[in-house]
Design a protein around this ligand. Structure first.
Ligand code: PEP
Ligand code: MG
Length: 755
């Protein structure tokens, strides 16, 4: 056992009394530094606070010239103090002036002091300032002294965070804690959201820092660690994680950390120095976080994150307060800020109050992002540091158009965004006004406008947007957000609900399109070198006929007595459709044998996404009731560019000659065979490319719900035949080099078409 000096305990006790006294902030700070100096037998004790302009200002000192208070300043990274703040690590030097970073500030009179110990004032991993002690004699501060000073710095962090120092901050300046920050991320969902931060993982605010009874606190820590370990073991033994997999690996790591002696020792030491158990966890966590923010190695970062998550769990075990914001406190316009989160967790928030989502991680294809987009809220992902920089209820703007997050925006920025939002709202209102207008082009062509969906949260958009039905219902989303495979009854109930909510409007269900980038956690197939070209969609369904039949059965039962359409994804050969149809037929027969009611009308279709089908168009059209072009995949395979790889996905123009010619062939084959053809890829969601589709002869498209208004506004102003003539001529002209996109833009401009 190490020597448990009473020093830090006595100091913390004194500080607690000082914090409780009714003092002016400057007076309180002055007394605090005096107290620390005395207790640590230091000749100097100073506090530097980080301002929003990145300057560390001397706020109080015992030992240095008092006239230097609020005058002496160092930039972040400058001098010893700036180095500590920038690195968020302590510096312990016997001869400060010999350190290469030493910067001499003549106004302080510090030249006579040699030894120097400085620690960052940390809060959730952010440095808010620096606390320093100095002595004339050259000495090295002992480890327990460093420890004591770090603990003391927590008290100061609390003072900064509660805003007490605002009163003594020079007019026109702000402390770093309220500094406006802009974070660049990736846009995962378009739109702009203005509101207030709601931290998804509530940060427990530890207000009770100093302990009264060390043994009692050690006991509390031991108990909390005990239940934490049990809860991890419980999670590990749950059926749905007992298999191998990423989820399990994460939990195993948690278990390892929860038993980590080094971590536990640090926590116990902090308690022995006078902290409560929760304050000890926060202190150790804050240090880990500070290091984490600076790590670049993704593996280590991930491990540190695990530690951080674990500390959060432990804090929740220890405190009965600090739970999620209560319903009454939940802002009307909430922006959820999280490191990462599950899709179901997002759905738990009151939907009407959520205006945006910020994630430190995530990818366009992650489930939570899919759900957020379905909810129609802007999403910025890969927003590094967002969680540590944000506090609950901070003002925040999520700009999903520009992939930026503005935390605590300055008034001008806030105003310009409010203007942007008003502008968007006016446009939305104009689109909404079109909701009941018949989609007829200027030359009288009736266009079918449907929307894509995949979750129940999408469905209210059907009426709001004025779509005629659901042209693509991605059934795999239900599977992707579930933690275990949805059972037959769950699938049936879900489809039934979809049909009920769409109130008789047609719905086209697509059978499971998993594999490729659509990962279902509990369905682990072997690793594939090229998953996009691998075992996916209909290929997987035909190899697992039980899965497909279950889905057919669920659909047939849900649609009893009603009309419905179903289609199969990623068909490569017409023969695959025949096999699928036989399976469907078997299910139909089974239902009738059981005396169950069948759908009133059923249409069987195929998605056209694989180029091989282009040379089987007539056979294909003869086999199905309708064809739906999946332009996302068809473009990916036709141009050999990975749709998820930003480096190449925009390399070739979807409005270029090759792809438009392919699409025109499909439309012509549909006309020839009298088979309805529609298109449900992202291409239909952009007014300009939707216009091109109408130009080459499409009369039915399905798109994101938010696109229905803008696309309708476009087509109402379009003379489809006139465009058709120009566009077809351009596509037939083998010598022309004019980009088709340009031709379309010029046509829209010349004819006043909003695109
Ligand atoms: C497509 O490929 O265009 C399509 C609509 O399907 P998904 O985007 O779901 O692959
Ligand atoms: Mg597809």
């Amino acid at each position: 056992m190490r020597d448990l000096s009473a020093g830090p305990r006595v100091l913390l006790k004194r500080l607690r009394e000082l914090m409780a006294e009714p003092l002016e902030p400057q007076e309180r700070l002055d007394r605090i530094v005096r107290q620390i100096a005395q207790n640590m037998v230091a000749e100097v004790c100073s506090v530097y606070v980080l301002r929003s302009d990145g300057v560390l200002e001397l706020y109080a000192t015992e030992g240095l010239n008092k006239t230097a208070v609020h005058l002496a300043q160092l930039k972040m990274g400058q001098g010893l103090v700036g180095t500590i703040a920038a690195s968020a690590r302590p510096l312990n030097l016997s001869d400060a002036q010999a350190h290469p970073a030493f910067t001499y500030l003549p106004e302080t009179g510090e030249e006579i002091y040699h030894s120097f110990l400085g620690v960052p004032i940390l809060r959730t991993g952010r440095a808010l300032g620096v606390l320093v002690v100095q002595n004339k004699a050259m000495r090295n501060y002992r480890e327990d002294e460093v420890e004591a000073l770090e603990t003391t710095a927590m008290v100061l962090a609390e003072m900064v965070a509660t805003g007490e120092l605002k009163k003594i901050t020079k007019p026109g300046l702000e402390l770093d804690l309220s500094r406006p920050v802009t974070i660049d991320g990736n846009s995962f969902g378009e739109g702009i959201g203005l509101g207030y931060v709601v931290l998804h993982e509530p940060r427990i605010v530890v207000t009770n820092l100093l302990n009264e009874d060390t043994e009692h606190e050690l006991q509390r820590l031991a108990e909390a660690l005990g239940s934490l370990r049990i809860s991890i073991d419980d999670m590990l033994s749950r059926r749905d994680v007992s298999m191998e997999g990423e989820h399990r690996a994460v939990l195993e790591t948690y278990r390892m950390f929860a038993h980590d002696r080094g971590w536990v020792r640090k926590l116990e030491e902090a308690i022995r120095n006078g902290l409560t158990a929760e304050a000890a966890v926060e202190r150790v966590q804050s240090e880990t976080k500070a290091r984490m923010i600076r790590l670049t190695d993704p593996y280590l970062r991930e491990r540190m994150h695990d530690f951080d998550d674990l500390a959060n769990r432990l804090l929740r075990q220890l405190s009965s307060y600090g739970a999620k914001l209560s319903a009454a406190d939940f802002p009307n316009d909430a922006i959820i800020v999280a490191r990462a989160m599950g899709a179901a967790e997002l759905l738990d928030y009151p939907r009407e109050n959520v205006r945006g989502l910020v994630l430190e991680e995530g990818a366009v294809t992650s489930h939570v992002v899919i759900v957020a987009r379905a909810m129609g809220i802007p999403v910025v992902g890969q927003a590094a540091g967002a969680v540590a920089l944000a506090e609950n209820r901070d003002a925040i703007i999520v700009d999903g158009d520009d992939a930026k997050v503005h935390l605590r925006p300055v008034a001008d920025l806030q105003r310009s965004y409010e203007e942007k939002v008003r502008f968007r709202a006016r446009r939305q209102a104009q689109f909404r006004a079109l909701k009941d207008v018949e989609p007829l082009t200027k030359d009288g062509k009736r266009i079918t406008l449907q929307m894509n969906a995949g979750l129940l949260v999408d469905l209210p958009h059907l009426n709001e947007a004025g779509a005629e039905g659901i042209g693509l219902f991605r059934t795999e989303l239900q599977f992707m957000i579930a933690s275990t495979m949805p059972k037959a009854e769950e699938q049936e109930a879900f489809y039934r609900n979809v049909l009920k909510q769409t109130g008789g409007k047609p719905v086209t269900f697509r059978t499971l399109d998993i594999g490729g980038d659509k990962v279902v956690p509990y369905f682990r197939a072997a690793e594939e070198e090229n998953p996009a070209l691998g075992w996916r969609a209909i290929r997987l369904s035909l190899d697992r006929p039980g899965l497909l039949r279950t889905q057919f059965r669920a659909m047939l039962r849900a649609a009893a007595g009603a009309e419905f359409k179903l289609m199969l994804p990623m068909v490569t050969e017409v023969a695959e459709l025949k096999v699928a149809r036989e399976l469907l037929q078997k299910e139909i027969e089974r239902q009738s044998k059981l005396g169950e009611q069948l759908p009133r009308k059923l249409q069987f279709g195929a998605m056209l996404e694989v180029p091989a089908l282009l040379w089987q168009l007539d056979e294909l059209m003869a086999e199905v009731d309708f064809v739906s072009v999946g332009s996302n995949d068809l473009f990916q395979f036709a141009m050999a560019v990975d749709r998820g790889n930003a480096r190449v996905s925009d390399r070739f123009d979807i409005l270029g000659r090759p792809f438009l010619r392919i699409l025109r062939e499909i439309v012509r084959a549909g006309e020839r065979n009298n088979t309805p053809v529609t298109l449900c890829g992202e291409m239909a969601s952009k007014p300009l490319s939707a216009m091109a589709l109408l130009g080459i002869g499409f009369r039915s498209v399905s798109m994101a719900s938010t696109a229905v208004g803008p696309v309708k506004a476009m087509l109402l102003a379009l003379d489809a035949d006139k465009l058709g003539e120009i566009l077809n001529a351009a596509l037939d002209d083998v010598r022309s080099e004019t980009p088709i996109r340009q031709l379309l833009v010029d046509f829209a401009a010349a004819n006043g078409i909003p695109v």
